[in-house]
Design a protein. Structure first.
Ligand SMILES: NC(=O)c1ccc[n+]([C@@H]2O[C@H](COP(=O)([O-])OP(=O)(O)OC[C@H]3O[C@@H](n4cnc5c(N)ncnc54)[C@H](OP(=O)(O)O)[C@@H]3O)[C@@H](O)[C@H]2O)c1
Length: 375
């Protein structure tokens, strides 16, 4: 049978273009796949996640001697990222039984994939692969796609950023940028549950309406046409007691505006700077209010979750999974597009804000008949 796979054809300059990607097709022999002694898992891709960090891996770079999970993508090699797959064949059936699922950061932008022992070892050491029982959705009512949303990188990032670096107290005001996105929604839902006043910004009126009506945050504005005509006036009006926590998903001038409206000893988990990610370094926005941040003793905390992930994953799952089962995350919005071929255009569109919720490509519907029945 045929295996489609998408490779990085060229390193993007500025905004990625469709010509930076190429879809290739190769024969895939399901019967012999995994026979090589070094091949440990044969996987069928179900979902792939469109994540802004992947833009960083598309920059030119020399692959390190021992590749890491964040190494630059090699040209003409299959792109990999977060995703969910079905296990077709396994050399470790107790841990990864055929018919069960895995979520990992090395999910190929392909129909099928074979994992080698060294790749699996690296994923297990960093807990970047998680086994999901075949009956998880049926038993716990957790959609598999949530493993790239509330239970995936966005959820874990939101959780660590909010609780560890935000140090929230009930009654405080948190401002969340990129609030309608995957990380942003997670933070808004956690912050409302923790009893904070939540103010969010997003890039369209529909997203602002969704945040107020579905996620039920206290106030939201469209940063492209802010209340009162500027970020300053919007924040002054919507955060009358000042900002105690700013969860920064976008960087740039929004970070400067949040510093100007922050209270003393405010905490700023700096999660990402998507507003600058496609801009050449020399042209990137330079922070102007650093001295103001110093005068107010604001904790500016750029953070990543990979170091925390192995030890925190169980506790995060322990809190968030029961909440999902209880329906408390039902308003978390996913924006699922169907078909592997749509991945390059959706990745580009996601960074321009056309996604409305967690951006996911459904390569294969988990409920559709699987090739596993042919084994
Ligand atoms: N620290 C970590 O370990 C970690 C892990 C995961 C993600 N992140 C970061 O978290 C942020 C959100 O990621 P996500 O996965 O949740 O993606 P997302 O928010 O679901 O999707 C990206 C969104 O960014 C917004 N955006 C694009 N250009 C913008 C601009 N110039 N100014 C403001 N917003 C802009 C768009 O929404 P609008 O319509 O609202 O503009 C777009 O929908 C990113 O910065 C990402 O790099 C960090």
């Amino acid at each position: 049978m045929l295996n489609r796979h998408i490779v990085l054809a060229a390193n993007p300059v500025g905004w990625p273009k469709l010509s930076d990607f190429e879809t290739k097709t190769a024969q895939f022999d399901l019967q012999t796949a995994g026979n090589d002694p070094d091949h440990v898992l044969v996987l069928e891709t179900l979902y792939i996640s469109m994540d802004p960090y992947m833009r960083g891996r598309m920059r030119p770079g020399v692959p390190p001697p021992r590749p890491t999970l964040y190494s630059p993508f090699e040209l003409n090699k299959t792109i990999e990222g977060y995703g969910v797959s079905r296990v077709l064949k396994s050399k470790f059936p107790e841990k990864y039984p055929p018919g069960s699922f895995v979520t990992s950061i090395s999910t190929a932008w392909a129909d099928y994939q074979i994992l080698r022992q060294d790749e699996l070892t690296l994923l297990e050491e960093t807990r970047m692969i998680v086994s999901i029982p075949a009956d998880e959705e049926e038993k716990l009512h957790i959609p598999l796609s949530h493993y790239v949303g509330p239970l995936g990188s966005p959820g874990v990032t939101g959780y660590v950023g909010f609780f560890k670096f935000g140090q929230p107290q009930p009654g405080e005001t948190i401002f969340v940028s990129g609030a309608a996105g995957a990380v942003g929604q997670s933070v808004c839902l956690l912050a409302k549950r923790a009893g904070l006043r939540v103010v969010g910004s997003a890039g369209s009126d529909d997203k602002v309406r969704f945040l107020k009506e579905k996620i039920k945050i206290d106030a939201a504005f469209n940063y492209k046409k802010p209340v009162g005509g500027s970020l300053d006036t919007a924040l002054a009006q919507l955060c009358p007691s000042g900002i105690d926590i700013y969860f920064d998903n976008v960087g740039g001038e929004t970070l400067d505006a949040a510093i100007a409206h922050a209270n003393e000893n405010a905490r700023f988990p700096l999660c990402g700077r998507i507003s600058q990610i496609n801009t050449a370094e020399a042209d990137q926005y330079q922070l102007k209010n650093e001295d103001v941040a110093r005068a107010k003793s604001i904790s500016l905390s750029p953070f990543g979750v990979s170091a925390d992930r192995p030890k925190l994953l169980d506790s995060i799952y322990g809190v968030v999974k029961p909440q999902i089962t209880a329906g408390e995350w039902r308003e978390f919005k996913e924006d699922v597009r169907v078909g592997l071929d749509a991945a390059p255009s959706y990745f580009i569109e996601m960074m321009r804000g056309s996604n409305f919720g967690k951006s996911i490509i459904e390569v294969k519907n988990p409920k559709a008949e699987s090739v596993i029945s042919k084994l």
